[in-house]
Design a protein. Structure first.
Lengths: 340, 290, 256
């Protein structure tokens, strides 16, 4: 791997970022933002990265992604409630649940592309929402389930908020690293190719359905991981995690921060979670300016914050630095237009 | 058996709602590929405007006519300023933009009219019930049934018989061609959008009387089922929207009778079954993928 | 030189009420270069799409290398040795020419689904192949520019190079001259000629430009309104009355 000046600058910036994040438990109380809020930032950042894999790199619009987030959340919650599993066990089972969800709905989604894919995914997401919402006896219905945080299996201690945060930071770093490697791998490049032009990808011998399916499963797994961790942080699992609005929020974070970049989703999550926490008390109608910012972003800054910044600084010329261009291009090609 | 009949009738009315909302969505989607996530918000706007007018003293019938028109005007403005710049881009942009608008709208309604919703009763003589032989039925629901039927018929007539309707249908088939023939396609897109919102507006006022009026923009109650209707009926088919809507409405109503917890899920299960058997939907066009 | 590499029998493709392709049969001998021509709306592109797997045939068979591929998915046909270009160049617009070719080579080497980075030896082999492809179509100057920025002719050449990246034995070109300026046409014609003469590939192409067709093709098939109107050598087709009638009154023949 070549070491470029650009790479060094990026490395320094990312390094500084992690130093700041590491120090959060120290300054959290001074800025009136509890450590648990920061944990949530990281949880949603991971979820947004999962969505980014699909929007920014594979070119499909996963507007029902909260299904996986919620499956992770409920997978963890239900197994804690009924099977009394420990901390890591519940996370693992949450991931299993979301992958299972992906396996279940994947074959349906793969038959379509574009708008239709998006609609289908929204619809399937709603199935899980209504199951969680209505089967009150099992899932606690509208109010969801509340439980105490389970102990770590081997030490039998319950993890504190601060230690949970640090654990999440480590997890976030790992996921970001995995994402970075994935995007650089032949598989990742094939996904980008599919996003650019799926027909051409097929005519180069790629079984695009398989690629998209695997990308979907990876995204589901990461999203489920985020959901499980989020649930363990707030010690509650409720149906709104599965709702279409949640999907929309996570998609917004991804786009606002910058789809097609690796850390863009983190920035989006940071802004969203903190705005939600800070603004909602001062400004109960904070969704209006936030929505307006998002609309402006879609109209004028489609690359998102990080994408636009990178664009200004780098003037990249195509190649797999395609992020510099229209990152949402190819996401929703109509099926008619797939024809040459 | 006797107690299923009113449920079926209810289901047909609900289905007619789904159909009408789906038609509005489809009109917009078919021509420009725009998925209007704010469709429910426009319906709600129309409901609230009607409410405001009636609260200010106007006649309910006047509100029924005026609110959708005002809402359609707002729709035209939105299309012209926010959505038109996105036509040359990938359709994902307009989906995201309208989603953002729906968030702003919901919060704005909450701010102006409160978070708990407002009561919006239909006019006096439409309250109460009417005897239908096999059961007594709320008069307002009968009125809604008739009104929705009228809307669908009017739309069909408009699309089949008028020149504008013909242009719209031709544009869906091939908008390069009609642009070459001299039609101002941008204007057509705007009118088309306005038409879709007008339909949504009427549905919104009617829905306000039947389902209540609150800031949540009917998203779960009407918008989602409308999406499912489009999927089941088949994208690109207005006929499919009608049949699909009615089918879903009846299914949901009957399931509600026997397994209330599964009522919403039933429409998605129906959708999954239809897709397994016929991926293009009941009346959809054959896609590349079947 | 006379074995049939690729054939379609009784291909039928309808779209709703439109009978785009009606009982068309063709066969392509190995090592030959054949053209399909016909007035607009004759069904040429539809036929191409049906033969290459983009559409499912309503009825009929497609045989490649002696194997029935009628229901084979596109990626399988490519793996068997088919390559194809489109009327509007189907490339990866935001990637460089280099990366466009890399994707194809990656796929052909069965590396596309790999999560670990490619080993340096394999990487070197692929890079050499990319260089050779770029030289073949003479795009060295623009190798590291995004394809979307190139002129139409260069994009078309990039696309042809991409179709070669999967090591095809049959290359199908759908209106390779479409949208090209006159000067660019020569470059593309040269490359197509080289496909056949230098690389020994079998070439099947659809084209409107009669001058190009007559100079390149060994055999020509004429379609009109979804049916085969005539088949034969360039000389035979030029002299064919029915062919002339089909064109006159239907369209103005370009670039003659």
């Amino acid at each position: 791997m070549k070491v470029t000046r650009r790479g060094i600058i990026a490395g320094i910036v990312v390094g500084l970022l992690f130093v700041v994040l590491l120090a959060v438990p120290l300054f959290a109380s001074h800025v009136n933002l509890a450590v648990s809020i920061w944990t949530d930032v990281l949880s949603f950042a991971i979820a947004a990265m999962a969505v980014n894999l699909l929007i920014g790199y594979t070119g499909v619009l996963p507007f029902g992604n909260a299904a996986f987030f919620g499956l992770g959340a409920y997978g963890a919650g239900l197994t804690i409630q009924y099977w009394h599993v420990g901390f890591f066990g519940s996370i693992a089972l949450g991931v299993v649940a979301s992958i299972a969800g992906g396996l279940l709905i994947g074959p349906f989604l793969l038959r379509r592309r574009g708008i239709y894919f998006a609609l289908l995914m929204i619809a399937f997401g709603q199935i899980f929402f209504f199951i969680a919402d209505r089967f009150t006896d099992i899932t606690g219905g509208e109010d969801g389930m509340t439980f105490t945080r389970p102990a770590i299996e081997w030490s039998k201690t319950v993890i504190s908020d601060t230690h949970l945060y640090l654990g999440m930071l480590l997890l976030f770093a790992v996921v970001a690293l995995v994402f970075w490697m994935l995007v650089r791998s032949p598989f990742g490049r094939s996904l980008v190719a599919i996003k650019e032009n799926e027909t051409r990808a097929r005519y180069l011998g790629m079984n695009t359905d398989r690629f998209i399916f695997v990308a979907l499963l990876i995204s589901a797994a990461i999203e489920g991981l985020a959901g499980a961790c989020y649930t363990l942080s707030i010690m509650n699992a409720d149906p709104s995690r599965l709702d279409f609005h949640e999907s929309g929020n996570i998609v917004m974070m991804t786009i606002l921060g910058g789809s097609g970049t690796i850390l863009g989703p983190f920035i989006g999550s940071l802004i969203f979670v903190i705005a939600q926490d800070v603004l909602s008390s001062a400004l109960p109608w904070w969704q209006i300016p936030f929505g307006a910012v998002f609309v402006i972003c879609v109209l004028f800054f489609p690359k998102g914050i990080l994408g636009t910044i990178l664009d200004v600084f780098e003037k990249r010329r195509g190649g797999f630095g395609y992020e510099a261009r229209d990152t949402l291009h190819g996401t929703v090609i109509s099926e008619r237009e797939i024809q040459p | 058996m006797a107690h299923v009949a009113p449920e079926i009738f209810n289901g047909l009315i609900l289905g007619a709602f789904y159909a009408v909302v789906a038609i509005g969505l489809s009109l917009i989607m078919n021509l420009t590929g725009t998925i209007n996530m704010a469709h429910g918000s426009f319906m709600t706007l129309s409901g609230y405007l009607a409410f405001a007018m009636v609260s200010a003293g106007t006649n309910w019938w006047f509100a029924l006519a005026a609110a959708p028109i005002l809402t359609a005007i707002v729709g035209l403005a939105v299309e012209r300023s926010l959505i038109r710049p996105l036509y040359k881009r990938d359709p994902v942009y307009s989906l995201l933009l309208t989603f953002g608008l729906s968030l702003i709208a919901e919060e704005a309604y909450r701010l102006i009219w409160g978070g708990n919703g407002v009561p919006f009763a239909p006019p006096g003589f439409l309250q109460g019930s009417v005897s239908l032989g096999f059961t007594d039925f709320p008069a307002f629901r009968l009125f809604i049934a008739v009104a929705l039927l009228v809307i669908i018929v009017l739309l069909v007539l408009f699309l089949q018989r008028t020149r504008l309707g013909l242009r719209l249908r031709a544009a869906v088939q091939d908008n390069e061609m009609i642009a070459a023939l001299g039609t101002n396609t941008q204007l057509l897109y705007t009118i088309n959008f306005g038409l879709g919102i007008l339909v949504a507006g009427v549905a919104g006022v009617l829905a306000a009387g039947m389902l209540g009026l609150n800031p949540q923009s009917y998203s779960n109650q009407l918008l989602m089922p409308a999406f499912v209707t489009v999927i089941v009926g088949g994208m690109g088919s207005l006929y499919g929207a009608v049949v699909g809507g009615l089918l879903i409405g009846v299914t949901v109503s009957i399931v509600t009778l026997y397994i209330p917890a599964a009522s919403e899920i039933s429409m998605y299960v129906l959708m999954a079954v239809v897709l397994l058997v016929r991926p293009r939907g009941l009346f959809g066009e054959e896609g590349i993928f079947g | 030189m006379s074995e049939v590499l690729f054939s379609g029998e009784n291909i039928v493709k309808h779209f709703g009420g439109v009978r785009a392709v009606e009982d068309v049969s063709l066969s392509v001998n190995a090592g030959s270069i054949q053209a399909i021509i016909g007035p607009n709306g004759a069904g040429k592109s539809t036929l191409f799409n049906a033969l290459s797997g983009f559409y499912k045939c309503d009825s009929g068979n497609v045989t490649f290398k002696g194997i029935d591929i009628t229901s084979a998915p596109i990626h399988q046909r490519i793996a068997m040795g088919m390559g194809r270009t489109f009327q509007t160049s189907s490339v990866f617009p935001n990637l460089t020419v280099w990366d466009n070719l890399l994707i194809g080579l990656q796929s052909a080497a069965n590396l596309a689904f790999r999560f670990r980075p490619v080993g340096s030896a394999q990487r070197k082999t692929m890079e050499e192949k990319i260089e050779r492809l770029i030289d073949f179509v003479n795009l060295k100057a623009s190798a590291h520019r995004p394809v979307a920025e190139l002129a139409h002719g260069s994009q078309r050449l990039c696309e042809i190079a991409m179709s070669l990246s999967t090591d095809p034995v049959l290359v199908m070109l759908d209106e390779p001259m479409a949208g090209l300026a006159h000067a660019e046409t020569e470059r593309v014609v040269e490359v197509i000629r080289k496909l056949h003469s230098e690389l020994g590939l079998t070439v099947l192409f659809v084209e409107h430009n009669m001058r190009v067709v007559l100079s390149l093709a060994q055999r020509i098939m004429v379609l009109d309104r979804g049916k085969v109107l005539a088949e034969g050598t360039p000389v035979e087709i030029s002299a064919n009355e029915a062919v002339r009638d089909a064109y006159i009154g239907k369209e103005v023949v370009e670039h003659v």
